[in-house]
Design a protein around this ligand. Structure first.
Ligand SMILES: [Zn+2]
Ligand SMILES: [Zn+2]
Length: 235
């Protein structure tokens, strides 16, 4: 009879741990250029500062390395099978995260007329259309896209709280107004709002973008991430 070899989880560690945080891969996400895999949050955060793969150093993409990420669902399932309790723990952490980061209740400036206006769909559209309140809601992460290559005056900063919850019928135009108010941008500063690296038109609703852009990508999970940056005028 052949000796049955018992494998220890430890022996698989090289394949199921993240090079960046050294923990088990959470939402394992692969860089399609070099096939190196990291936790989704680890690699997304890494790409805020550089376009290179943390493990092998190749340039993943010239401008938007996030385009080269794919979620590895199979590997995620394998890790969940190998590491008992991990799935439950992740779920708990996600719930706690949402408890801590209650969208919309923005503690930093709850007073003042400006702050009130900035509350999407509660104040702005209240008079004419009250239906927004009963609309399906969507959580969105608003991420400031930093221009890595360009030096100098990047006037747009990140939000204090980048998670918001709003009606699925809110348009990109309203999101832009919200950002201008929150970030106290001068009226001359135009913003572009992007999803998956693509600039979104101002009349697109959150639902439309979620269905036609965000959901189509396997690596994308909830909440939807929209990026913004000052519009770059050429000429
Ligand atoms: Zn990690
Ligand atoms: Zn790599």
């Amino acid at each position: 009879m052949a000796t049955q070899r018992k494998y220890l989880v430890r022996e698989f560690n090289a394949f199921i741990t993240c090079y960046i945080c050294k923990g088990y891969l959470i939402k394992p996400t692969t860089v399609t250029e070099c096939l190196h895999t990291f936790c989704k949050s680890c690699i997304v955060q890494h790409f805020e500062d550089t376009n290179d793969c943390p493990k092998c150093g190749i340039q993943v993409h010239e401008t938007n390395p996030l385009e080269m990420l794919r979620l590895d669902n199979t590997l995620e399932e394998i890790i969940f099978k190998l590491v008992p309790g991990l799935k439950e723990m992740e779920k708990r952490q996600e719930e706690e995260f949402w408890k801590k980061n209650k969208p919309q209740e923005n503690g930093e400036d709850n007073e003042g007329p400006k702050a009130k206006k900035a509350k999407i769909d509660e104040e702005e559209d209240q008079e004419d259309q009250d239906y927004h309140r009963s609309d399906p809601q969507i959580a969105i992460c608003l991420d400031c896209l930093r221009n890595n290559g360009q030096s100098g005056d990047n006037t747009v900063k990140g939000l204090m709280k980048k998670f918001i919850r709003c009606s699925t019928r809110v348009t990109v135009g309203t999101i832009k107004k919200f950002l201008s108010l929150k970030l106290k941008l001068p009226s001359t500063c135009e913003l572009d709002v992007l999803c998956n690296g693509e600039i979104m038109g101002k009349d697109h609703t959150m639902e439309f973008i979620y269905m036609t852009r965000w959901r189509l990508r396997a690596e994308n999970s909830y909440p939807m991430v929209l990026q913004y940056r000052p519009r770059i005028d050429f000429g």
